[in-house]
Write a protein that binds this ligand. Structure first.
Ligand SMILES: *[C@@H]1O[C@H](CO)[C@@H](O)[C@H](O)[C@H]1NC(C)=O
Ligand SMILES: *[C@@H]1O[C@H](CO)[C@@H](O)[C@H](O)[C@H]1NC(C)=O
Ligand SMILES: *[C@@H]1O[C@H](CO)[C@@H](O)[C@H](O)[C@H]1NC(C)=O
Ligand SMILES: *[C@@H]1O[C@H](CO)[C@@H](O)[C@H](O)[C@H]1NC(C)=O
Ligand SMILES: *[C@@H]1O[C@H](CO)[C@@H](O)[C@H](O)[C@H]1NC(C)=O
Ligand SMILES: *[C@@H]1O[C@H](CO)[C@@H](O)[C@H](O)[C@H]1NC(C)=O
Ligand SMILES: *[C@@H]1O[C@H](CO)[C@@H](O)[C@H](O)[C@H]1NC(C)=O
Length: 265
């Protein structure tokens, strides 16, 4: 895993240094975030001042960590607990070398972008906890194959944990507690403690309680039983009827033609 991380760092380094416009894109990224986010305390408005365009000026902004202090290349964004609101920030795909995003403990709302892995394919850490994100957890998160940490707790996310999360083999820290999630816990995530799944009415399976048996399954079984019983009943009825009719044909069959038929059998 250490080797993998080194490889990733090297990859990001080469990728961004080979792009001449890399830092220009990073500036665009932060401008776009600043414009798309509601910032009642004015933290980003005052700290993120783009008028000084010197090398590394971004690196002094609140919440911005750079790869190198003299280079406008964002390594991570830590925007936790700044009172930010509105939908998921826009323009993050232009922070092309970013490996970590923390939006925790704000009041962001609306869906998590369904193409989040295309926007930030190299994230190792994604923290969206303690916000008001709603809708389902996008399957697309499963394509963020470098993720070590995924925190989604204390939002209003609903629906299942996508079974594709079985692909997130590097995850070491995972939390979806206190949402509105339902359905079974994917196999790969069953190694995490029940605590990290708590406060969701509908989640089930290891490490939580067993999933309830499906209703349709039970009805199916019951129908099967009824079918079995009735076909056995019909068979017994047929045999008894046949035997009785064979030995006492005069009692039951009054037509001569039918009697001849029964005797022949
Ligand atoms: C940004 O900084 C410049 C000085 O470097 C200042 O004149 C300007 O008012 C600042 N802008 C904001 C929005 O604070
Ligand atoms: C830009 O920022 C650098 C580093 O903080 C500082 O030395 C320089 O004076 C600033 N330039 C302007 C025009 O504000
Ligand atoms: C990324 O930056 C480019 C060029 O700076 C800009 O044209 C584009 O709109 C930006 N993309 C997003 C999603 O903000
Ligand atoms: C979060 O935003 C919602 C509206 O989107 C608002 O009703 C709620 O009071 C806000 N919560 C906090 C803690 O600011
Ligand atoms: C999910 O992410 C991949 C990149 O890993 C992208 O190619 C794909 O289009 C994304 N899916 C959606 C629905 O955007
Ligand atoms: C994204 O993930 C889906 C499901 O996990 C997979 O089928 C698809 O090939 C992935 N796309 C990329 C570009 O990795
Ligand atoms: C992700 O998992 C699905 C099955 O859940 C598999 O079909 C797909 O190939 C996997 N994608 C990657 C990129 O590993």
């Amino acid at each position: 895993m250490v080797d993998d991380t080194k490889f990733l760092l090297l990859l990001l380094l080469l990728r961004s240094s080979s792009l001449c416009s890399g830092s220009e894109l990073d500036i665009q990224c932060l401008k776009s975030i600043q414009q798309s986010v509601i910032d009642p305390r004015g933290t980003l408005k005052s700290s993120w001042n783009f008028s000084n365009g010197t090398n590394g000026f971004l690196c002094k902004f609140t919440g911005v960590e750079c790869w190198h202090p003299d280079e406008n290349r964002v390594l991570s964004l830590r925007l936790g607990n700044l009172g930010l609101e509105g939908p998921f920030p826009q323009g993050l795909q232009n922070c092309t070398s970013m490996s970590s995003l923390d939006l925790s403990s704000n009041n962001f709302s609306g869906p998590i972008p369904p193409d989040i892995a295309r926007q930030m394919p190299y994230l190792t850490s994604l923290d969206l906890s303690y916000n008001s994100f709603s809708g389902s957890i996008p399957e697309n998160i499963s394509n963020m194959t470098y993720l070590n940490l995924l925190h989604l707790q204390d939002n209003q996310l609903s629906g299942p944990i996508p079974v594709e999360f079985n692909n997130l083999t590097r995850l070491t820290t995972f939390n979806v507690a206190d949402n509105l999630l339902s359905g079974p816990v994917p196999l790969l995530l069953q190694k995490f403690d029940a605590y990290y799944f708590g406060g969701n009415q509908g989640l089930c399976g290891t490490p939580l309680d067993k999933c309830p048996r499906r209703r349709r399954w039970r009805i199916h079984i019951r129908l099967h039983r009824i079918n079995d019983q009735s076909s056995i009943g019909a068979a017994i009825g047929f045999i008894v009827g046949f035997v009785v009719a064979f030995y006492f044909p005069h009692r039951f069959i009054f037509s001569k033609r039918l009697r001849a038929y029964v005797v022949r059998i």
